[in-house]
Design a protein around this ligand. Structure first.
Ligand code: ZN
Length: 372
C-alpha cells in the first residue's frame, strides 16, 4: 500500500505561458458549466447523463470549437470528472439527510485550477506541460515518489503546481507508548499525559485581520474594481492563515507519530458538529484537517490510530463513574474515586481508555491501523 502526498511549488510562467494557462482555465470552466447545464436538462427529461456519456462528446465539441484543439486534451476531461464528483457528493448528502447544496455554475473567480492527469514532466528546474510549455518552478524541496497528477492553480494572482505523489510507506522504529488526544475548546488539544497544546500565537491576530479584510470587501460596491482588489487582499490573508495552520498541523502530527505508537482521538464527525453551537471553534481549530494529516502519517509510519465515538467522553471518569459537567465547567471532580483534574485532561484519558477496548467494543471505529 502506498499513501498519497502532495507537493506544492510556486510557478513563474512567462507571459505566453500565463495566457495559455488562463485559456486552459477558461476552457475547463466552460466545460464544467456546460456539463452542469446538460445534467440539469437531462434530469428534467429523465435521461440520466454520467461521466462517460459526457466525455464521449468531447471530440464532437472539439470539432465545432476548434480553439479547444490547442488545449491539452486530457486536461479537458478533468472538469467532467470534477462535475461527476460534485454530483456524487450531492446525492450522498441528499441520502444522509444533510443540507444537499446543488452543484453550482462557476463564475470567473470561482474556478481556479485545472489538472493534468499526464502530459507533464520535470526537466531540471522546469515543469514541462503539454501545450503550455516549459514553466520555471521554484522547487524548494526534492520530490519523492511517483507523480500521479499535476494541478495548476491560480491563487492570489500567483500560480502554483500541486503534485499528487504516491510513495511507499516508511515505517518508523517501533514504540509501544500510547496517547489519547482531546480537542480543547480553549487550547488546540490536550493529551492524556497532561500536555496542553495551545493554539498557536498567530491565531488571534489572524482572526482580527480576517474580519478587517472581510469588512473591507463588504463595504465596496459589487462588481467594482475596488471590490475586486479588496477580495484579492482578503484571499491573501486567507492564504497566509491557511499556510500557517497547515504548517502547525504538519508539525504537530509529525511529532505525535514520531513519539507514540498508538494514538487515540475523538471521531468528532466534524460535519455534524459544524452546524451546532460549537461550530466556530471546531472550524477554526481545523480539527478535520489535522486528523486527516495525522491519519495518513500514522498509516505511513506503521502506527495505529483509532477514532472513538466522542459521546460522553467529557462526562465520564477514568474509573467509569459518570461525572456531569456543563460546557463551562473546566474542572473534573469525581466523587467515587476522588480524581481531581482538568476537564480536557480527563477526557483525553477516557479517549485512550476507550480505544484500548478495541475491537470488542462496537463504539470504536478504526481510521487506520498498521500498514497493510
Ligand atoms: Zn472517578
Amino acid at each position: 500500500m502506498s499513501s498519497p502526498k502532495t507537493f506544492k511549488f510556486r510557478l513563474y510562467p512567462n507571459r505566453k505561458q500565463r495566457e495559455q494557462m488562463l485559456r486552459t482555465l477558461d476552457a475547463c470552466r466552460e466545460l464544467y458549466n456546460a456539463g452542469l447545464e446538460e445534467r440539469i436538462g437531462a434530469w428534467k427529461c429523465r435521461t440520466p447523463v454520467n461521466y462517460n456519456t459526457q466525455q464521449n462528446q468531447l471530440p464532437e465539441i472539439k470539432a465545432i470549437r476548434t480553439e479547444l484543439l490547442n488545449i491539452y486534451s486530457h486536461a479537458l476531461q478533468d472538469p467532467l470528472h470534477r462535475l461527476d464528483k460534485a454530483f456524487k457528493a450531492f446525492f450522498r448528502r441528499c441520502k444522509s439527510g444533510q443540507k444537499p447544496g446543488f452543484p453550482r455554475f462557476k463564475g470567473r473567480y470561482r474556478f481556479d485550477s485545472f489538472t493534468y492527469p499526464d502530459g507533464f514532466k520535470f526537466v531540471g528546474s522546469r515543469l514541462q506541460l503539454s501545450k503550455i510549455g516549459n514553466i520555471k518552478v521554484k522547487q524548494h524541496r526534492p520530490i519523492e515518489g511517483k507523480i500521479k497528477t499535476v494541478t495548476i492553480r491560480r491563487e492570489c494572482g500567483a500560480w502554483y503546481a500541486t503534485l499528487s505523489v504516491e510513495f511507499p510507506p516508511t515505517a518508523l522504529p517501533r514504540t509501544d507508548v500510547t496517547i489519547g488526544v482531546d480537542v480543547g475548546l480553549e487550547s488546540f488539544a490536550v493529551l492524556s499525559d497532561g500536555t496542553t497544546i495551545e493554539n498557536p500565537r498567530w491565531y488571534h491576530g489572524a482572526q482580527v485581520e480576517l474580519r478587517k479584510a472581510q469588512r473591507r470587501v463588504a463595504r465596496r460596491r459589487k462588481g467594482s474594481k475596488r471590490r475586486r482588489k479588496a477580495v484579492m487582499l482578503l484571499q491573501k490573508v486567507h492564504q497566509r492563515v491557511r499556510n500557517q495552520r497547515n504548517d502547525f498541523h504538519h508539525k504537530l502530527s509529525c511529532w505525535l507519530v514520531e513519539n507514540f505508537g498508538f494514538i487515540a482521538v475523538e471521531d468528532l464527525n466534524v460535519r455534524g458538529l459544524a452546524g451546532g453551537m460549537l461550530s466556530k471553534s471546531v472550524h477554526d481549530a481545523g480539527w478535520a484537517g489535522f486528523l486527516s494529516k495525522l491519519s495518513y502519517k500514522a498509516a505511513n509510519a506503521g502506527r495505529t490510530m483509532i477514532a472513538v465515538k466522542p459521546s460522553g467522553t467529557s462526562q465520564t471518569c477514568v474509573c467509569g463513574a459518570t461525572v456531569r459537567k456543563l460546557l463551562s465547567d473546566r474542572e473534573h471532580v469525581c466523587l467515587s474515586c476522588g480524581l481531581i483534574a482538568s476537564r480536557d485532561h480527563v477526557s483525553a484519558q477516557v479517549i485512550l481508555q476507550r480505544a484500548g477496548t478495541l475491537p470488542s467494543s462496537d463504539n470504536v471505529e478504526a481510521i487506520s491501523s498498521c500498514v497493510a
